[in-house]
Structures are given as structure tokens and as C-alpha cells.
Ligand binder design. Structure first.
Ligand code: ZN
Length: 118
């Protein structure tokens, strides 16, 4: 998923309370691998999720501290995509592809295995 390092606090003029909002300038968009821990209700599934306290902060693939998780997938081709996250993601995908290839080779070897008759 896509994620940001910071949010902006804006004051609700009706309630007078401060609440986090998306920054005007995103700067870099980072990648977080697992955002499944975020509780997303169906009707608000497209909302950004703000991690407001140090106990909630997450980390991007590049190691950046994350305070906002967006409800969109990380797109390495985006101009704002963090370069280090792009590289980390490529490395993860490559490792995964190698694992899948190895598993496939093992499966084929096992399939074609014929016991030797002595
Ligand atoms: Zn990053």
C-alpha cells in the first residue's frame, strides 16, 4: 500500500477539535508491505488511515516512519514514488519470483521422479 511520512493537523471550525488531514504536498509516497492490521470499515474503505501516536507509527520498505496509510496500492511508476521503496519492492519481488521458480522446479522434479529398479 501507499503511505506518507506525515499528516497535517487542521482545526474543525464547528467542533474546535484538531484532526489529521492529508498534507497539501505529498513529497514522497512510500510503500508499506502489510497494511492488513488497519481496521477499515466498508463505507470508509477509501479513506486515508492516520497513525496518530508513536505506538501506531509504521515503517515503509525504505525504513521511513509512516504516519498515513493510503487506500491505494503503491505504484513504482508514480513520479512521487520513493526511490528507495521502489528498489526494496523490486528486490522483494525478485526474491519472490526466485522462490516461486525454485518451488516449480522442485515440483517438476518430484513429478518426473521415477524410482530406479535394481
Ligand atoms: Zn520510502
Amino acid at each position: 500500500m501507499s503511505a506518507l511520512k506525515r499528516f497535517e493537523l487542521r482545526r474543525d471550525l464547528v467542533t474546535g477539535k484538531w484532526h489529521p488531514t492529508l498534507p497539501k504536498d505529498f513529497q514522497s509516497v512510500h510503500a508499506v508491505e502489510d497494511a492488513s492490521y488497519i481496521p477499515r470499515s466498508k463505507d470508509r474503505s477509501q479513506d486515508p488511515y492516520f497513525l496518530e501516536g508513536p505506538n501506531e507509527y509504521s515503517f515503509a520498505l525504505c525504513g521511513a516512519k509512516i504516519k498515513v496509510v493510503l487506500a491505494v496500492e503503491f505504484r513504482p511508476v508514480d513520479t512521487q514514488a520513493c526511490e528507495r521503496c521502489v528498489m526494496e519492492l523490486a528486490a522483494i519481488n525478485e526474491r519472490y519470483a526466485t522462490m516461486t521458480k525454485n518451488a516449480e522446479q522442485k515440483r517438476k522434479l518430484a513429478q518426473n521422479y521415477k524410482p530406479v529398479k535394481l
